[in-house]
Design a protein around this ligand. Structure first.
Ligand code: CAA
Length: 248
């Protein structure tokens, strides 16, 4: 491929998403992020990034809503061109034991963390196939592979992510479009620091053999690699990055 490639990162202003976005800029991509329509900080974020030397386009998008994704991707592509790399990163937690979980918490997590893959990938996959080049990188979780106390909704959605990856990878492999899952463990972002300290210290950290939380940079570097030309032979993979917490 010639010219500057375009990467779209959903949830690109979040803990992991921001680091993925800046690493992709560093790697030479034109980057567009989506942010949740309720996020009133987006203007500030874009300005801050610009001040740090990162020229990143931002579009509002509710990834759980198909029509919102259609509009957002059309807006993004009109600003920066066709999307070559899609990073499905946006995600939420609504942790609670199954006994206390209600339908609202179930639906919110399934729609945001799993339906979003259909909603976003549908907008860009045909274009990648037509141009015979593309990378789809889906951010799942260690808890999609091993389950987690208080996360029936999240674990179900994140397990579903890899099923999507494997099926789509088969369909587009001949067209130089790779589809992969990254399953991060507990990374030092707001999502993880929101876990009650006692639970984090007694139930989670002792089970991470390297003895610490992961760093967003560690996951972002893997995204950059999977997006690269060198990673063309990796498709349908689920790459764990969890400090040894769960070995497949
Ligand atoms: N394993 C075993 N037992 C656990 C447990 C665990 N991981 N977590 C809690 N328990 C136990 C508690 O010790 C407690 O036991 P006792 O009643 O005997 O004291 C019981 O379950 C109830 O625990 P809580 O008092 O914490 O109950 P709660 O209803 O207030 O909260 C919870 C339950 C919401 C699940 C809370 O424990 C929690 O937030 N846990 C963390 C869940 C988690 O790991 N989320 C990951 C978020 S980060 C993420 O998702 C990113 C990623 O991809 C990795």
């Amino acid at each position: 491929m010639n010219g500057q490639k375009v990467a779209l990162v959903t949830g690109g202003m979040g803990g992991l998403g921001e680091t993925i976005s800046t690493k992709m800029v560093d790697a030479g991509y034109k980057v567009v992020v989506t942010y949740s329509p309720g996020n009133s900080q987006h203007g500030e974020w874009v300005k801050d990034m610009k001040a740090k030397g990162y020229d990143i386009t931002a579009v509002a998008c509710d990834v759980s809503d198909f029509d919102s994704c259609t509009k957002a991707v059309a807006e993004a592509q009109s600003k920066v061109g066709p999307v070559d790399v899609l990073v499905n990163n946006a995600g939420i937690t609504r942790d609670t034991t199954f006994k206390k979980m209600d339908k609202v918490n179930w639906d919110a997590v399934l729609r945001t963390n799993l339906d979003s893959l259909f909603n976003m990938t549908k907008q860009v996959a045909d274009g990648m196939v037509d141009r015979s080049w593309g990378r789809i990188i889906n951010i799942s979780s260690v808890n999609g592979s091993k389950g987690a106390f208080g996360q029936t909704n999240y674990s179900a959605a994140k397990a579903g992510v890899h099923g999507f990856t494997k099926a789509l990878a088969l369909e587009v492999a001949r067209k130089n479009v790779t589809v992969n899952t990254i399953s991060p463990g507990y990374i030092g972002t707001k999502m993880v620091t929101a876990i009650p300290e006692e639970v984090l210290n007694t139930k989670i950290l002792p089970h991470i053999p390297v003895g610490r939380l992961g760093k967003p940079e560690e996951v972002a570097s893997l995204v950059v690699y999977l997006a690269s030309e060198e990673a063309a032979f990796i498709t349908g993979a689920n790459i764990a990055i969890n400090g040894g917490q769960h070995m497949q």
